[in-house]
Design a protein around this ligand. Sequence first.
Ligand code: FAD
Length: 507
Amino acid sequence: MIAYLEHFVHGNDTESMQNDDVLGVEGSFHFAATAAAGKDFGGMKSAKPLAMIRPSVATDVARAVKAAARTANLTVAARGNGHSINGQAMAENGLVLDMRAMEDRLTLLSLDDGSLHVDVSGGALWEEVLRRCLSEFRLAPRSWTDYLGLTVGGTLSNAGVSGQAFRYGPQTSNVTELEVVTGKGETLVCSETQNSELFFATLGGLGQFGIITRARVAVQSAPDMVRWIRVVYSEFEDFTRDAEWLVTLKEGYGFDYVEGFVLVNSDDPCNGWPTVPMGPNQRFEPVRLPPTAGPVLYCLELALHYRNEDHLSAVNMEVHRLLGRLRFVEGLNFSVDLTYMEFLLRVKRVEEDARANGIWDAPHPWLNLFVSKSHIAEFDREVFKKILKHGVGGPILVYPLLRTKWDSRHSVVVPDSNIFYIIALLRFIPPPPKGPPTERLVEQNHEIIQFCCNRGFDFKLYLPHYQSQENWMRHYGDKWTTFVERKANFDPLAILAPGQKIFSRIP
Ligand code: FAD
């Protein structure tokens, strides 16, 4: 069988075939796409797979995993939309499953407790889930990512975080059932009460325990419109105090979305004042900044949902009431009204611009961290104000999350404190030689991680990437033993998600 595959791979790279006879997997081997399967959004790693398989249903996925298990060294990587940074969805000489090829499905369910859910494919893009939920049911999932060109299985393998997570938790806290193909090739339905260990392991499990073929996602009535707001701070202390207050407000009493970002205190078009205004007629007036303002400023990004039938005066009053409690720089507030769909697809516009400028396909040495509230001021002093004082050529996100909204039974690890911050360095820079060498930026990421380690910060990498098992052990801390036990239970030969580089394939 392997000889057959190798022969095929080295043949015409543009071929594809129906292959009931190869590996016994229905669907098609699609060698034209192997080049794509060896790349990701990070643009820094590449790994040539043996084959790319386009599964249609869970049975195809199970057959591929079972076939790999019968060999001494084949691995299997589910590839969502390949938006990892460090090769996490790759499988060198292994099988890459293109999860986007899975049959499109979306079923609405009303459960006994009155809650509403949709069953969606693990390979569906969140953007597709949004469009269908809105157009067919006027419903929507509660917790999102900023960018929706990511698959359900891809984000649930990490966490899935955006400005709604303070209220509903990450996306992993908003699914009640999964269908998973384990590393043994078993297809199991799991939830908090059925195969619960697999359910908890898979959520945030970096693809280590099973391949998500279906997820049951909580949905709720969707708003029609959104008031999207930005307010600017010169002092980090004011910014964090306000952000932390906002994330503790109950539903109906505060904003529906709370995020924040750091910007450079200059007219730099990519990193500075021009990144704040939200419409063509809005201007950032730096004269409003106090003389105490330092090298960087902070912007809270907020949103309030409303319905078409709501009176705008009521929306204005509510916004006014909430903003009135905040200590941003007077006059440095901006807002626009847009549909809920436009709001959730806001990063798609960034994508279109970045594609046009050639920076979407350039390397993206991104860094994502969770840092505890107790260390965030020091992080600001040393990292934002010093190391990153010239910006990263794209957004530097920073906003608080509540630990109570994260389920400690899931595989993902977060800092110990009740409030911790997500920090995302979303570097969008022209490829070298126009931009700085990618290695220098990777080096800067290491410098920041090293700084956090040296100061003994309570922090974790989000979307983690390590080279050695010692580092993975440190990452998982007291959850490492459970992680290893779960691996032994659900993927004993370490077939799955080899690109995470946590375990080696057992012959
Ligand atoms: P891939 O990169 O294809 O896969 C990621 C990992 O999950 C791999 O190990 C893969 O094997 C595994 N995997 C994929 N599908 C499955 C499956 N069905 N079952 C089991 N394992 C699977 N994250 C946030 O939390 N919030 C954001 O706002 C956010 N914005 C982003 C914006 C951009 C432009 C980019 C590039 C990334 C962003 N991310 C964000 C990070 C993103 O959530 C992760 O990189 C995610 O893994 C990407 O999803 P994907 O479908 O492309 O997964």
